[in-house]
Design a protein around this ligand. Sequence first.
Ligand code: ADP
Ligand code: MG
Length: 446
Amino acid sequence: AWSRVCEKFKAEFGVHVYSSWLEQMGYRGLDGSTVELTAPTKFHRDYIQQHYAPRLKDFFVAEDPRVKALSIRLGTAAARPANDEDVLKVTRIQAPTIIEPRAQDTGSALDPRYSFDSFVVGKSNELAYAAAKRIAESDDVPFNPLFLHGGVGLGKTHLMHAIAHEVKRLKPRKKVVYISAEKFMFEFIAALRYKDTHEFKQKYRNVDLLMIDDVQFIANKDSTQEEFFHTFNALVDSRRQVIITADRSPTDLQGIEDRIISRLGWGLVADIHPTDYELRLGILQSKAEQTTGVDVPADVLEFLARRITSNVRELEGALNRVVAYATLVGRPITMDMTRDVLQDLIRANDRKLTIDEIQRAVADYYNIRLADLLSERRSRNIARPRQIAMFLAKQLTSRSLPEIGRRFGGRDHTTVMHAVRKIEDLRRDDSHLEDDITRLLRLLEG
Ligand code: ADP
Ligand code: MG
């Protein structure tokens, strides 16, 4: 029942909402007429209560009309089948003869929000984007295969879904299959088991566009690799488009046969690089525009773009958390709230800039001596850079005001607070100052 409820939830709210909220919840069973669920944190529980509990209850009632209420306690999610593959594994063990192979399945689900329009292009992903667009729009097979690779959370799956949507829109008669390599493998294993490999082969060799996501997954899985290779060759030889993604380049794929690797590199190999500050800010701005109900101030977006550098998934997650929090408590988003809500993430992404580095960078930038910056001197050409350095120390490190004061020649925390406010005020109207700060931030963050 729980896995069907999860499926319905996913269908109604999207995989994203599902993986942010429902996936971490546990199902503990039915107690009388009450469904018992667990949530990992209090915030999580409150959010679910507030936003999704009524629909969740509907889904449970549809499964079992006896259900009258939901109860959510704190606790971890128990192990449970999370997706089709797992269901397959589990049911195979329990009742192998009754289960039908899922031969009619056409790959994995597509997320409607992963479109070309919602993909923000920057230097690090422009080649991958252009190649994806080209394939989606072309009537021919421009490069075969297209091999997209890049670190986790940098948009590979997003681009594949975008291609699928666009091809379905422009060329509805084309048969498009998007599937994770993992699912491909489980289907293949199931087909072997039910001696139905013929159907499996038919299914994959009849498509016009085959996309296999995260192909590193089938490394070392010999029989799947073999089947994948045959499918791949059959498609490429009959001029059907194949697109493959992996978290590393073809030559870095280990546990995959050389002949396969060399063929993977025949078409176009495009890599997606880690994001830079501009792209991160662009992505955040575009996501913030799509959120309704709360305003996300520009300084919060800049802060996130600066501090959450690991990958786009985390960046989005951070924004969603802040927005969710603000909605829940019914207050506008502020910097303080952001810092508070994201403490853990910020720490994990911390690049450990020291106050010392900041002071040196500012002194260099304004061409003054470090000793002067830390001195008692109050002339403006020194006092202003000092305030900027304090402001940056507050923004870029997790040091407290008194600590920052101590490191600036033993000043008082109110002096630091005053400096931070002053700079925050001034930069709004003073475009020179704003430029200086932008440049300094860039210098410091590499
Ligand atoms: P990957 O498959 O490379 O691990 P995903 O495609 O799943 O990464 O992307 C992770 C998240 O980041 C998704 O929600 C996706 O929409 C978002 N994302 C990644 N790159 C971009 C981008 N350039 N513009 C907009 N959203 C992006
Ligand atoms: Mg992916």
